[in-house]
Write a protein that binds this ligand. Sequence first.
Ligand code: ZN
Length: 68
Amino acid sequence: MAKYRVNKNTQSPNYDHEVHKEGCVWWPTQNYVDLGEHSSCTTAVAAAKAIYPDANGCKTCSPQCHRG
Ligand SMILES: [Zn+2]
């Protein structure tokens, strides 16, 4: 299990709400929603989508959940 957070701020280049796994260089330390622990980014992004329908996996830490 790993901790995940979704950024409250939209980010370029796609201006969606990015989901990050703990340890990511883009791990948000402010303006985030804690998603709790997940075994994969799939469920983490699903949880984030309940808050932000445009939630997207981070290309760096969750490439298998990133849609371009
Ligand atoms: Zn990330």
